[in-house]
Design a binder for this molecule. Sequence first.
Ligand code: ITT
Ligand code: NA
Length: 222
Amino acid sequence: MLRYVTTNPGKVREAESYLADGSVSQLDFDYAEIQADELAPIAARGARDAYREAGEPVLVDDAGLFVEALDGFPGPYSSYVEDTLGIDRVWEIVHDLEDRRAAFRCTLAYCDGAGFAASPDAVDRGDRVAAAAAGPGGGTDDGGEDDEGGGGEGRAESLPVKLFEGYVPGRVVAPRGDGGFGYDPIFEHDGETFAEMDTERKNAVSHRGRALEKFAEWYADR
Ligand code: ITT
Ligand code: NA
C-alpha cells in the first residue's frame, strides 16, 4: 500500500484519480518541514522521515503558491501564510501590484527504502537534495537524534528519494468559487479559478496533476 503523507485530505482526493483504486491511502503524519527556499529539499527530507515512521512506501507532497512580483512569496511558506494572513489578505497584497502573475508548484517525493534505476522522465535529484538538506539551510531541522545534519555519509543520506515536479502558471484574483482547498479561490488559470473547477478539470491542468502524472507513469513500470 502506498501512503500519501499529508494532513490535507484535498491532496489525497486529487491523487486518487492517478493511482489504481485502493492502492493509496492517506498517512496523516505532520513531518517536520525544514526551512528552505525550494520545495524539493523539504519534500525529500519529509519523505525520508515519513518512510522511517511508516515502514512502507510513502509519497510526500509539498506545494506552494509563488507570486512573481513578490519574488516567489509565499512559496515554501504558503502553509504558514495561509494560517496567519489567510488568502483574503494575500489577495489584498497582490491587488496593489501591477503584475499579478503567479504559479503553483508541487514536488512529490517518493521513498520506499530501496534504490531506484535511472529514469529519463522523472526528476531525480536525490544527491543534490541530500546535500542541500545537510547544508546551511538544513541546520534549522535540529531533530536531536537525527544523524543527517553532519553532511555526507550518514545513514539517512543513503535512503534514496525520487522526485517529481509539476507547475502551473496563472494569476492571483479576487476570491471566486467553493471547490478545492487552500489558495484555490484566488488562483485563476484560463479564466477560471481552481475553486471553480471540479477535481477532474483541476487535475488536468494543475501543478499536482502534472507531478502525479509523472509519478504514476514511473510507478506503474518501476
Ligand atoms: P501537508 O503539508 O500536511 O501536506 P499542507 O496543506 O500544509 O498539508 P503544503 O505545505 O504542501 O500542504 O501546502 C502549502 C500551502 O499551499 C497550504 O496552505 C495549502 O493549502 C496550499 N496548497 C497546496 N496545494 C494547493 C492547491 O492545489 N491548491 C490550493 N492551495 C494549495
Ligand atoms: Na507541507
